[in-house]
Design a protein around this ligand. Sequence first.
Ligand code: SF4
Ligand code: SF4
Length: 482
Amino acid sequence: MPPPAKPGSGPGPLNKVNWEDFRDHIATADAEGRRRWLYPTRPRGRYYRTRTRLTWLLLAVMFSGPFIRIHGNPVLMMNIVERKFSVLGVLFWPQDNLVFALGLLLFLTGIAIFTAAFGRLWCGWTCPQTVLMEMVFRKIEYFIEGDSVQQRVLDRSPWTAPKIAKKAAKHAIFFGLSFLIGNTLLSYIVGSDSLRQIITDDPRQHLAGLGFMLLFTLIFYGIFARFREQACTFICPYGRFQSTLLDENTIVVAYDYKRGEKREHQHHGESLNRRSARGAGDCIDCFRCVSICPTGIDIRNGTQMECVNCTACIDACDEVMDKVGRPRGLIRFASLNGIEKGEPIRVTPRILGYGALLVALGVGLTFLLLTRSEVDVTLLRAPGGLFQATPAGKISNLYQLRLTNKTQQRKPVELRLSNIDGFLTVLGGDLNLPPERQTEAMVLVEIAPERLASGNTPVIVDVFCSGKRVDRIRTIFIGPRK
Ligand code: SF4
Ligand code: SF4
């Protein structure tokens, strides 16, 4: 019989899970590896009230984003189909790839600096997944099925008429909301005008659009009705990525173990002096912070990847501290150094470094935006075309022209051969470009044979817009070999 393989060296016996060690298993799985459904207690408290107010603002922005227009363009639109993007009413095209690349770098650096300073605050307070799950779908669930205990009882009870009615009402509302969210996402992708067409036109003309509408609805319904916190703990790349960015100076939702340990239940009528005399810390081991956590973790084990910094445990613990007559803040926003060494919050060299990079990228992006050309021109040789001899004795080449007017004004464009005598004719295209549109046309260039080199001749085409040169294109004119 072969010896058992070492753990991690391939197939072989698995390590035994230490269920006492929170690092050895995920909080939402049981000993058989099945999912443990979470019933977080309904939060309340000052942070929750602030989050609720912020949620209203975020929802207003989220749902109105594709419909609010600046200079006729949506505030935010990622029209992948037409390859047209709008940010704060300014249209961007695929040709703005450098702006996109720098914008993306700026965004990622911003995330890095924010996470290094404030941990996963984005996740708990502004991420659409958490905002919709905890502040919309969860509230509906509390309203229909009651708080944590009632939900558990309902789920374990037999399928009676009231239970069926509650579950049906909840899932019908969840599905309707998912449909609304799916449509909003679709309008971010294709634009609100296209969405209106998908809804109002003959459905047979928009089978793909309707298919995506249904797909998005089902995905959101699946996430909010079933998948829930697993999106944050298993799927979200930002959640995985953040562990590399946090350090001992990062502000996170943290349990003050120095103050809280040793955890002891509060005896009825026991004074604070007697409690401290028996060596008990401020934590009364009531589990309120655990039962309220939407990701199912125990924050008293320390900072964990699953914590989305939603602050529900801070509110829960503050309420407990108020009741037992101890100061609030046993769980609070703090850094590890703050809790261990009592150090004040400080700006670390790492944050300063990220900040400098952020400023440099911001300056670069601003420069690119300010110097961004108004008209983008692409001139390519017509596929498969070589050259032709014209009846007038000239040699002609055919090119494909694509012009993008990135401005909100009509732009007259003119093309001129700059390094060689010849004729340039635009075939079937209006070079008086409408605002924020792409125009395509064919271009015929005719040059006398004596002006050409043997085979390929470099040709320069200058692009003028309102009398000003906006671009210079270098291409090749193919002629006969001499
Ligand atoms: S809510 Fe506060 S007192 Fe209760 S278990 Fe959590 S940390 Fe301890
Ligand atoms: S540990 Fe606290 S802050 Fe973190 S996810 Fe749970 S309830 Fe929210």
